[in-house]
Ligand binder design. Structure first.
Ligand SMILES: C[S@@+](CC[C@H](N)C(=O)[O-])C[C@H]1O[C@@H](n2cnc3c(N)ncnc32)[C@H](O)[C@@H]1O
Length: 352
């Protein structure tokens, strides 16, 4: 039995079943035994691979998108270039490299990172040495001033609650103990006013992410007051339905209760919830990742890079381009949404 499972079983026996959000929070962020507290989970030797780890082209496209938006807003200086959940720092490094040639950008930029994991903070410090990043525990720590922000696969790591429609109310999916094992159970029916806009049939499971509105609203308020833009990229849908809680270990899915603290836990993003929380900033429509990257010119960039490659490196590069953009791979499941100040032009590539 793992130390975290012991802790969870003791906690549930003492104080009762946990919400799925409490379970996720302990699994991912417990300060001693949590998943992100204890490892760098990315890459072939880890549990999952993200878009910036697949190809430098992802960060290059987003960097040029942000730089164009910065120019469209009159090149504010200085400005904060911020990332939420920067992983190994690869996306930020690619953005900074791709924007080096944009006049005035490198001179005005101040790099800010919101990161919970001490292991990944150390990794980011190595990747971004020379850029003097400033770390924050939460978005509240970001400076007041023009803010150009990116978050890739950050919102999907935030704990979710799961509710099942039952008559006029909702039953909440909980994590309890059966024998010595963790198991799912359902609460008695309860009202959940936050879900009143979901008109769904009995038995439908609806997820909500309690931390998401506050995080998006905090970013949106800064952008509306001081200028800038935020790009959120994640897997999800508009008004997600059904159970999307997923555990990944060694690149394979597994039961989310099987290995607490040793598997990555995520859930799909409800982009409607992002758009609702974005006021007073303006949210774009939801754009598929493949469409966004194509509009930003990834194919021309892929062809230019391909001319410098041969053999296995060329094959890997072609596969990476396909993986990021093809609808059957990440192109359709992953979506992007941008926030801008009221009245400002959307960043290039985004649907209105
Ligand atoms: C799935 S990884 C994505 C990493 C990176 N954005 C990428 O695309 O490679 C999630 C990142 O968010 C961080 N993270 C997760 N929950 C967090 C929280 N509540 N506060 C701050 N960072 C968090 C993790 O430590 C990690 O850096």
């Amino acid at each position: 039995m793992s130390a975290l499972r012991d802790h969870l079983v003791t906690r549930i026996r003492a104080t009762g079943p946990l919400t799925v959000a409490d379970y996720m929070a302990d699994c991912l962020l417990h300060p001693v035994h949590g998943y992100y507290a204890t490892r760098d989970p990315l890459g072939a030797a880890g549990d999952f691979t993200t878009a910036p780890e697949i190809s430098q082209m992802f960060g290059e496209m987003l960097g040029l998108c942000l730089a164009q938006t910065w120019m469209d807003q009159g090149r504010p200086a200085p400005f904060a270039l911020a990332e939420l959940g920067p992983g190994r720092g690869t996306l930020m490094a690619d953005i900074l490299r791709a924007t080096r040639a944009v006049p005035g950008f490198a001179e005005a930029v101040e790099v800010h990172l919101v990161e919970a994991s001490p292991v990944l903070r150390a990794r980011q410090a190595e990747t971004l040495a020379g850029h003097a990043p400033v770390w924050h525990d939460t978005v509240e720590g970001l400076p007041d001033g023009p803010l150009f922000l990116v978050a890739n696969e950050f919102l999907d790591a935030l704990p979710i609650r799961q509710h099942v429609r039952d008559g006029g109310g909702w039953r909440e999916r909980l994590v309890t103990v059966e024998g010595a094992a963790l198991a799912f159970a359902l609460s008695p029916p309860l009202p959940v006013p936050e879900l009143d806009h979901h008109d769904v049939a009995d038995g439908t499971l609806v997820e909500r992410c309690p931390a998401l509105p506050g995080i998006v609203a905090s970013v949106a308020a800064r952008i509306a007051s001081h200028g800038g833009a935020a790009l959120f990229l994640d897997y999800g849908h508009w008004r997600s339905r059904g159970d999307t809680l997923q555990a990944l270990r060694g690149h394979a899915p597994e039961d989310p209760l099987a290995n607490p603290g040793a598997a990555d836990l995520t859930a799909h993003i409800d982009f409607e919830a992002v758009a609702r929380a974005a006021v007073p900033a303006c949210a774009s429509g939801m754009t598929a990742q493949g469409v966004l990257l194509e509009r930003l010119g990834i194919t021309a960039r892929a062809q230019a890079l391909a001319r410098t490659l041969t053999d296995a490196a060329l094959d890997a590069h072609v596969a990476a381009h396909r993986r990021l953009t093809h609808p059957a791979e990440m192109g359709d499941l992953f979506k992007a949404m941008a926030l801008v100040p009221p009245g400002a032009a959307l960043p290039p590539g985004f649907d209105p």
